[in-house]
Design a protein around this ligand. Structure first.
Ligand code: FAD
Length: 428
């Protein structure tokens, strides 16, 4: 018989725990522990100050989680896509900014890791990639270095509709490597990352250069001459990501800065669409957190608030039921698509992935909206986390390359057209 005076345990972020692997259970448990004991109590500070959660990254480093997607052969935890996104969702449940910033770091290791492994490369390219990624993975695993992923530029490139405006040209001296110049906006972890994983257009390739196919993904050291961070950071939500503007003024990087072989990013973007779906798990966690808070608040169990129960009102019960239904719909899509991540998913899986990403981003904000309305005025004071969850949740569907609008755009078109299909011109 459960003790009626004790709050029930928090529900599992990844649904049925028996469906998880041993590693998934262990790592989600670790994220939950860090989240509950360290990240949640600190979250208001990063939000208030719009400052980076350095302490949380120190904890992630100590727990070995910076290497979560570094292959085991390179000393990492070797987590697959599904495992990582479940862990990311659990982190997002306790501190959205930490989870979103952590994602920028982990994605860098995932792209060079199991995503690169699943793509076509020549034997020479694969062996060179293995040599180079060993350097990057060692930095993460042995030195605790942090990578970020600034690709947004304020034009059409981050939506995948134009080549990157940030340019790389080959250095023509004995050192080799590349010269990089350009500007990245919304560079999360500005001033906190040790390396910025910058997507650029390579100017001089065998077929001329300058196109989307010529994308190159380079790790630019934060302390390289020519790297500068500018701009204010005082946004609505996700304030701890510190996503300022990164200026790259003819920055030289060595050949070993390549996080992927030349041209491989384009192949990855075509063949491994789940690579763009790693932002939404954070928001899955936020949706869960808003639901958790609402339950605790209506039961009169939020620490620091009077033990006033509000759960007996039918309108509250209806609202919680609506939230739970939306949460379960969101979680179901999240888990299904997490487990479908692979190279060359079929069209159905691609469409489902866009639908899932859209659903998580939009539902997270909607669940937070209902939570604020249902809990009422006292619950949205700054002393409680709900108003932060509400603001953080608003950011998800704005994030390129898969904003809510662009998901709808692509879904509508691709559901109705097969590759290469065109309509006859309509005569007026
Ligand atoms: C908290 C936070 C952290 C972020 N961190 C990072 C990061 O670490 N790295 C990074 O690279 N970026 C990051 N971003 C940036 C983000 O991914 C977007 O690039 C940014 O929000 C786009 O803002 P914008 O006003 O320039 O969008 P715009 O490009 O002006 O787009 C505005 C809207 O128009 C629509 N749109 C855009 N292009 C098209 C098109 N071709 N066709 C139809 N509709 C279109 C989209 O729905 C979009 O929402 C972050 C954003 C936030 C909010």
């Amino acid at each position: 018989m459960p003790d009626p005076t004790v709050a029930p345990p928090l529900p599992h972020i990844a649904g049925d725990a028996t469906a998880l692997t041993a590693q998934q259970r262990e790592l989600i448990g670790l994220a939950a522990l860090l989240g509950r004991e360290k990240f949640a109590p600190r979250a208001a500070r990063w939000d208030r100050e719009a400052s980076f959660p350095f302490e949380n990254f120190a904890d992630l480093r100590e727990a070995g989680l910076l290497g979560i997607c570094v292959p085991k052969a390179h000393g990492g935890l070797g987590a697959d896509f599904a495992t990582y996104v479940m862990v990311a969702a659990e982190l997002g449940r306790h501190c959205g900014s930490t989870a979103l910033s952590f994602n920028m770091h982990v994605s860098s290791t995932m792209w060079s890791g199991f995503i690169a492994d699943s793509l076509d490369m020549s034997v020479a390219e694969r062996s060179d990639h293995e040599r180079i990624r060993t350097i990057h993975f060692q930095r993460v695993v042995a030195e605790g270095k942090v990578y970020s992923q600034p690709f947004s530029e304020g034009g059409a490139a981050a939506a995948g509709k134009a080549p990157w405006g940030t340019l790389a040209s080959r250095a023509d001296d004995a050192r080799g490597g590349y010269h990089v110049r350009g500007k990245k906006i919304f560079a999360s972890l500005s001033g906190a990352a040790d390396y910025y994983g910058v997507l650029c257009t390579l100017e001089d390739t065998v077929h001329g250069g300058g196109t989307l196919r010529d994308s190159i993904y380079l790790a630019v050291p934060a302390d390289a001459p020519g790297v500068r961070i500018t701009g204010e950071w005082d946004p609505l939500g996700m304030r701890g990501t510190v996503s300022r503007t990164l200026l790259l003024d003819d920055v030289w990087v060595p050949p070993e800065a390549r996080l992927m072989p030349e041209g491989l990013y384009f192949q990855a973007a075509q063949r491994f669409p789940h690579m763009f779906a790693t932002l939404s798990p954070t928001y899955m966690g936020i949706a869960q957190a808003a639901y958790d808070f609402t339950l605790a608040y209506l039961r009169g169990e939020v620490p620091g608030t009077p033990p006033v129960k509000r759960r007996m009102y039918p309108t509250k019960q209806v609202a919680v039921a609506e939230m739970r239904i939306k949460l379960e719909q969101t979680r179901a899509l999240f888990l299904q698509t997490a487990r479908e991540a692979r190279v060359d998913p079929d069209k159905d899986a691609r469409m489902r992935l866009l639908a899932a990403h859209y659903t998580i981003m939009e539902n997270a904000n909607d669940i937070c909206r209902v939570a604020v309305r249902t809990c009422g005025g006292q619950a949205m004071l700054k002393t409680l986390p709900l108003e932060r969850l509400y603001r953080d949740s608003r950011c998800g569907s704005l994030m390129l390359p898969w904003t809510a609008e662009l998901c709808v755009d692509r879904l509508g078109r691709e559901c109705l057209y097969e590759a290469g299909e065109r309509d006859e011109a309509i005569e007026s």
